[in-house]
Design a protein around this ligand. Structure first.
Ligand code: NYM
Ligand code: MG
Length: 217
């Protein structure tokens, strides 16, 4: 049986350089002759994604629980596509995933375990690269935009929860989740960040015979 491709998630605060680095990573994979597909959550193109987009732009008001479930549902919409791509040998790079879901909603005061529950059993990334930057440094990059959550205090709380998730993902008792979490210093130059990311991705590009894991299952 031919190996399946790895599933790679990029996480980080707003303005951590995630989107740029995701594109660079895809280009590098393709230059190495590896089929690769970039997905982004929220995926604002679906019907659910359009509801999320309107909420983020403050064009609609939704209960905190409801918007959390919509973000999760938006991942479940793509879950079978992710699995199919991996089995076909296409590396999937995801700009944000379930960790953003927990970090942002728990920062609004929803219970951590409640936030995790709807994402349990999603396809688990083989590698999560967390682009870590302080909210001050992120703001110095030209300030936050107009969307909900793009505020200093919110970003500080989100970062604390990402750090908690990092400890947990690398700790004992993760069962079948088996997802390596690597923190990358995102305050470095763009080139240094992409080099640091590539150093972790490059060894995986040959694929794996490990079955696709299930998040927190
Ligand atoms: N966000 C993203 C959440 O609150 N929950 C989620 O599950 C996901 C995937 O959406 N501030 C938040 C984080 C961002 C916002 O994402 C929009 P982006 O990557 O800035 O388009
Ligand atoms: Mg953003």
């Amino acid at each position: 049986m031919s190996p399946r491709a790895p599933f790679i998630v990029i996480e980080g605060l707003d303005r951590s350089g995630k989107s740029t680095q995701c594109t660079t990573l895809i280009n590098r994979l393709e230059a190495a002759g590896i089929p690769a597909k970039l997905l982004k959550f929220p995926d604002r193109t679906t019907t659910i994604g359009q509801m999320i987009d309107a909420y983020l732009k403050s064009q609609s008001e939704l209960d905190d629980h409801l918007i959390h479930l919509l973000f999760s549902a938006n991942r479940w919409e793509l879950a079978s596509t992710i699995e199919r791509l991996l089995r076909e040998g296409t590396v999937v790079v995801c700009d944000r995933y379930a960790f953003s879901g927990i970090a942002f909603s728990a920062s609004k005061g929803l219970p951590f375990e409640w936030c995790r529950a709807p994402d349990v059993s999603l396809p688990a990334p083989d590698l999560t690269l967390f682009l870590d930057i302080s909210p001050e440094a992120a703001m110095a990059r030209g300030g936050y935009g107009e969307e909900r959550y793009e505020k200093r205090e919110m970003q500080e709380s989100v970062r604390r929860i990402f750090v908690r998730l990092a400890e947990e993902m690398n700790g004992e008792g993760m069962g079948d989740s088996r997802s390596a979490w690597i923190t990358v210093d995102a305050s470095q130059t763009m080139d240094d960040v992409s080099e640091a990311m590539w150093a972790h991705v490059q060894p995986m590009i040959g694929g794996t015979h490990r079955p696709i894991g299930r998040l927190w299952a």
